[in-house]
Design a protein around this ligand. Structure first.
Ligand code: RB5
Length: 147
């Protein structure tokens, strides 16, 4: 079955998103790009919510790119079952998958360069959830009133 990566960006992340789509395609991912499709000024939550809805429905993993990755992650994490991680280094991206079962990677195009961004994306896509004790902890993320 084809692996799908649902991608979105605002104007700040548009150029980097395009480069990262090529990286993901080389890794065998089909790309579903919800926009934006130009450098015209946009609102990042519009794209974050679209990607998060698709990930929440189980359509694939998500990639969101804005200026910092922060606004995208905040909006995406409002959706049930979505665990969006804003990452600025390779180790965090791998561990977000392995320990936190992250399903959306958020990157900041004004913070990291395209070379590092590509390596972060590769680490994210090539890592998998380890389960075990992390299963219980990830489950507790959804239970803010029970601790
Ligand atoms: C857009 O100027 C910028 O605020 C946005 O890309 C993002 O960094 C928000 O988190």
């Amino acid at each position: 079955m084809a692996k799908t990566l649902i991608v979105g960006s605002d104007h700040a992340g548009f150029a980097l998103k395009k480069e990262l789509c090529d990286v993901a395609r080389e890794l065998g991912y089909e790309i579903e790009d919800v926009g934006t499709h130009s450098t015209g000024s946009t609102d990042y939550p519009d794209y974050s919510h679209q990607v998060a809805k698709a990930v929440s429905c189980g359509e694939g993993l998500g990639l969101l790119v804005c200026g910092t990755g922060v606004g995208m992650s905040m909006a995406a994490n409002r959706h049930p079952g979505v665990r969006a991680a804003a990452c600025g280094d390779i180790y965090t991206a791998a561990m977000a998958r392995r320990h936190n079962d992250a399903n959306v990677l958020c990157l900041g195009a004004r913070v990291i360069g395209p070379g590092l961004a590509a390596e972060i994306l590769k680490a994210f896509l090539s890592s998998s959830f380890e389960g075990g004790r992390h299963e219980r902890r990830v489950h507790k993320i959804e239970l803010p009133d029970e601790s």
